[in-house]
Design a protein around this ligand. Structure first.
Ligand SMILES: [Zn+2]
Length: 167
């Protein structure tokens, strides 16, 4: 039997799987279904990593139809990224990061952002790209940009007189 199937029978995976199902109250975290069989969806895979070695927030409890869709979405995102110039991918990652930063648990250090990643975050938040980049380079490199900081910036940019915001 392949490692793949061995891993999914492993007691460590069975324990992790149960924890994720319990966290979701045994309901699909997308549609709320509780009668269908539920699966634990992996947000991503890394070569050599055991199924239970990922952070809990990368798992989603899903019913089979939602699980199938989620798999297609993940493959679609990989395919799309594969069609882009590798150097445009940071903008897409920035957009995704912007969505994650809307929650309160996430932050990114200002010094780790490229201009393209900053543009992606700005786009996902509806913030002027230059205003976002000025904010990023205006902070210390270890400054933690989180959702609260972005909400503040967005409010500031919107209330600023037009001539203060470069286009
Ligand atoms: Zn579902």
């Amino acid at each position: 039997m392949s490692d793949f199937f061995e891993n999914y029978k492993h007691p460590k995976w069975q324990k992790k799987r149960l924890e994720i199902l319990e966290r979701a109250d045994f309901k699909c975290e997308n549609c709320g279904e509780s009668e269908e069989e539920l699966s634990v969806h992996h947000g991503y895979y890394e070569k050599g990593k055991k199924p239970w070695e990922y952070n809990d927030f990368t798992f989603t409890c899903l019913c089979d139809p939602c699980h199938e869709q989620a798999e297609e979405h993940r493959k679609g995102a990989q395919r799309l990224a594969g069609h882009m110039s590798p150097f445009d991918v940071p903008m897409v990652c920035g957009y995704a990061l912007g969505i994650l930063l809307d929650g309160n648990a996430w932050y990114v250090e200002a010094g780790k952002l490229s201009k393209k990643a900053s543009d992606g975050i700005a786009d996902s938040w509806g913030i002027n790209r230059n205003a976002m980049w000025n904010f990023v380079i205006g902070e210390e490199s270890n400054y933690r940009i989180n959702g609260a900081a972005l909400r503040g910036l967005r409010a500031e940019v919107r209330s600023a007189p037009r001539d203060k915001v470069s286009a």
